[in-house]
Design a protein around this ligand. Structure first.
Ligand SMILES: [Zn+2]
Length: 401
């Protein structure tokens, strides 16, 4: 909190036209039609820039960010990226991880992101090192973003061979991880792995975020199994299923059946278009799948659909800007989303998927917003201009003019 009063003059609200937004003690105290500027020092000229809610990154891997120059992925697919990370584990120290993760957080924050969920590799090689590193980043960067840390527990989780990983999952939550995660589709017994993660999340009452069906096999059914478990148990923990690529490869009647269950179970789906377009379908030479979950179909059934950037310049995706507007643009181009649906997927839909109340730009709300030099949301997705002013708790966090 601060006791400063600031007026952001001449911001373009998509619904109210050009307005002045007055902020006091970190809260919006008035939004009125704009009037000519005066010389008051408490005024900040918004220059007619578009006034938008802050952006959300619901699925990141901050512990892997900016490793492209250090780790190769010659095959370009998911297992190639995983093997690359495994071969380099020894060089990925806690200090190095914190440094790269902080750089990524600052890049996200400067782009207008105020809420991030990042997965942290939790494997028998490095145990809790990455979870602890990201928890430190969470603390250090608390002024600029709200960060949720999900323990991405290694596999196997099933059978006797999975005992160490199962113990690690518990230890990660005890160490402070906000969310439990894992990759059932990589396990020898996906159903058993999923059941363990689901039951642990319910036992410990923490959110669950699955790397679900990250493949193009129509036989991969993590998402449907998860929805079945919620419906039959009446579970109320927050659950998100990330990727869900296989659903895009399944017959239409199956897609509708699964989407219906996912909506009923209130499981959010987080699409990750950049990384999945890069990693998936490399084993096929014709009719190559896009590797995207069917977002429009899921929405028609009432599923909460969000979208994230996933990997940032690492072996899983050598590109990416850490900008949810870039993610939304891929939803439009590759996922055939309407502009407003794509933007919702990186703002209020993403907040909802993370169990956080969406930001409302109205009187009485916390003064968190983004001003961007654009004429419309479509224009913002098209240009992804760097000319942005990020306001958090009433203060200008960054301004690139
Ligand atoms: Zn991921």
């Amino acid at each position: 909190m601060n006791d400063e009063k600031t007026i952001f003059k001449n911001a373009q609200s998509p619904t109210l036209g050009n307005v002045d937004v007055q902020v006091s003690d970190g809260v919006i105290t008035s939004i009125v039609p704009t009037t000519p500027s005066t010389s008051e020092p408490s005024q900040i000229d918004a220059g007619g820039w578009l006034l938008l809610p802050p952006l959300v990154e619901p699925h990141a891997h901050l512990d892997k960010a900016f490793l492209s120059e250090r780790i190769d992925n010659p095959s370009g697919d998911l297992m190639g990226a995983i093997r690359g990370i495994e071969s380099a584990r020894a060089s990925l120290t806690r200090k190095d991880t914190i440094r790269r993760a902080e750089r990524a957080v600052r890049q996200l924050a400067n782009n207008g992101v105020h809420l991030v969920r990042s997965h942290a590799d939790t494997t028998t090689d490095t145990e809790l090192q990455n979870v602890e590193a990201l928890l430190e980043v969470k603390q250090q960067c608390a002024d600029i973003v709200e960060l949720q840390v999900a323990a991405l527990v290694g596999w196997p989780l099933s059978g006797r061979a999975g005992a160490d990983n199962r113990a690690l999952a518990r230890a990660a939550v005890a160490a402070g991880a906000d969310v439990i995660g894992g990759c059932p589709h990589l396990d020898e017994d996906p159903a058993e792995a999923l059941r363990f993660l689901f039951e642990l999340a319910n036992e410990l009452d923490v959110a669950l975020d699955l790397h679900a069906d990250e493949n193009t096999r129509a036989t991969s059914v993590d998402l449907e199994l998860c929805a079945d478990m919620v419906i039959s148990s009446g579970s109320t923990v927050d659950i998100a299923a990330s990727h869900c690529v296989a659903l895009g490869c399944q017959p239409e009647d199956v897609q509708h059946r699964v989407a219906e269950k996912v909506a009923q179970a209130r499981v959010s789906v987080i699409a990750l278009p950049l990384t999945n377009l890069y990693l998936q379908g490399r084993d096929q030479t014709h009719n190559v799948p896009r590797g995207l979950t069917p977002v429009n179909l899921l929405r028609t059934h009432g599923v909460n659909v969000a979208a994230g950037g996933d990997n940032l310049q690492d072996p899983f995706n050598p590109l990416g800007k850490g900008d949810p507007l870039e993610t939304a643009s891929f939803l439009v181009l590759a996922g055939h989303n309407l502009i407003d649906d794509a933007f919702a997927a990186v703002t209020y839909r993403a907040s909802t998927a993370l169990g956080v109340a969406p930001v409302d730009i109205s009187v009485g709300s916390s003064a968190n917003f983004l001003l961007i030099k654009s004429t419309s949301v479509r224009d913002a997705l098209a240009t992804q201009t760097h000319q942005r002013m990020v306001v958090r708790h009433g203060r200008v966090l960054s301004a690139r003019l």
